[in-house]
Design a protein around this ligand. Structure first.
Ligand SMILES: [Cu+2]
Length: 136
């Protein structure tokens, strides 16, 4: 009889312990932190700004897994500046262009010194395509 009481108390203790553990775990999970605004400034371009020619900068926005606009036409010596506005990483690679991975808010600039058609993609999402036509 006494033994049964002890077993009963042990079982009771286990229940209490389990209850406490459950309470301890019932805390809401920490809310995931929203993607922080990273402002690392400009990712170094592969070349310095154009010399001589107009130094107008053409902006291409990267948003919703697209390059916007997808096609741009510039003159030799002009610069295109890509800005990643997605929270995921993207890059700009192809036709001799090769950016780093761009985090949200990061930019990449490239100055086109030769005429031609430059096609590029995002290596992380290869279906993302863009094109720069450089005219004399
Ligand atoms: Cu991408």
């Amino acid at each position: 009889m006494r033994r049964e009481i002890i077993i009963f108390l042990i079982v009771l203790g286990v229940f209490f312990a389990a209850g406490c553990a459950e309470n301890g775990n019932s805390d809401e999970p920490a809310p995931s932190t929203p993607a922080e605004e990273v402002d690392n400034g400009e990712v170094a371009g592969t070349e310095e700004a154009a010399t001589g020619a107009e130094s107008e900068i053409f902006d291409v926005e990267i948003r919703d897994y697209k390059y916007i606009p997808q096609n741009v036409t510039v003159k030799v010596g002009q610069t295109v500046r890509w800005t990643n506005n997605d929270t995921v990483l993207h890059d700009v690679v192809g036709s001799g262009i090769e950016s780093e991975y761009l985090q949200k808010g990061e930019r990449f600039t490239y100055t086109f010194e030769e005429e031609g058609t430059y096609q590029y993609i995002c290596t992380i999402h290869p279906w993302m395509e863009g094109e720069v036509v450089v005219e004399a």
